[in-house]
Design a protein around this ligand. Structure first.
Ligand SMILES: *Cc1c(COP(=O)(O)O)cnc(C)c1O
Length: 233
């Protein structure tokens, strides 16, 4: 399959999953890009734009986002998210290359970011919903503290929540982790007196996007289903 066919196929999966659970809101495709060339990312961004879809690319590494942002931004409307861990010494680089950071997971990082930012910047709170020690993200119990710190910050605003789901082929267990993120989001929405639809849920990847859509994902992050198997760095 060509890149275009794989994007169409993935969009078909998202729509079928929305249909299957009777959802009539929207779920966007975010292309999770890693280890490919800037030209590949630009081509993928063009294909999204050609289809009238949001042009959303998620980078795992700040370095790669910096190296490829210019090519991606040739496509009008392209938005770049950081979906990999952010070290506090890379905050400046990250906010200059990305439009949104999905991986804010501690009060300390919120404070450091707020200190360095000069204008308002949108973020997601990353939550570890699977309990796997290898995963980044705050615990679901700590999420309200991180949300509160963002509310206190002058230069950050909360745009949603992100999780990397349980790495398993057991549907119930994986869906439980996604449902947990939805719960965290719903509780934050009540607390912030906003509607839950204003807060994104970024969850689901190539292998399990249908389960994430069933649990309310508004953004799925898809890499290998569109770009092929991951390459070694
Ligand atoms: C690579 C990556 C994805 C996409 O994973 P695939 O299984 O290749 O679809 C999603 N989220 C994050 C944070 C990633 O690093």
């Amino acid at each position: 399959m060509t890149l275009a066919q794989r994007i169409d196929h993935t969009c078909g999966r998202i729509l079928a999953a929305m249909d299957a659970c009777g959802r009539s809101d929207r779920c966007d495709l975010e292309l999770a890009v890693k280890t490919r060339t800037a030209e590949t990312y630009r081509e993928a961004a063009r294909l999204l734009a050609d289809r009238g879809l949001p042009v959303l690319l998620g980078h795992n590494r700040v370095q790669e986002a910096r190296a490829t942002a210019e090519a991606i931004r040739e496509v009008p409307g392209a938005r770049i998210h950081l979906i990999g861990p952010l070290q506090s010494n890379k905050v400046n680089q990250a906010v200059s290359a990305a439009d949104l950071i999905e991986t804010v997971d501690s009060v300390e990082l919120v404070e450091r970011m707020d200190h360095r930012l000069r204008s308002r910047f949108p973020v997601f709170v990353q939550v570890n919903t699977s309990g796997e020690p290898s995963k980044h993200g705050c615990t679901p119990q700590d999420a309200p503290r991180v949300v509160a710190a963002i509310e206190m910050a002058s230069h950050l605003y909360l745009h949603g929540f992100m999780t990397v789901g349980l790495n398993s082929d057991q549907e119930h267990a994986v869906r439980t982790s996604y449902a947990r993120l939805r719960q965290v989001r719903d509780e934050a929405a009540v607390h912030l007196c906003t509607t839950d639809t204003d807060l994104a849920l970024s969850m689901g990847m190539s292998a399990d996007l249908e389960w994430a859509v069933s649990e309310g994902a508004t953004i799925v992050r898809v890499g290998s289903a569109v770009f092929g198997p991951r390459l070694q760095r």
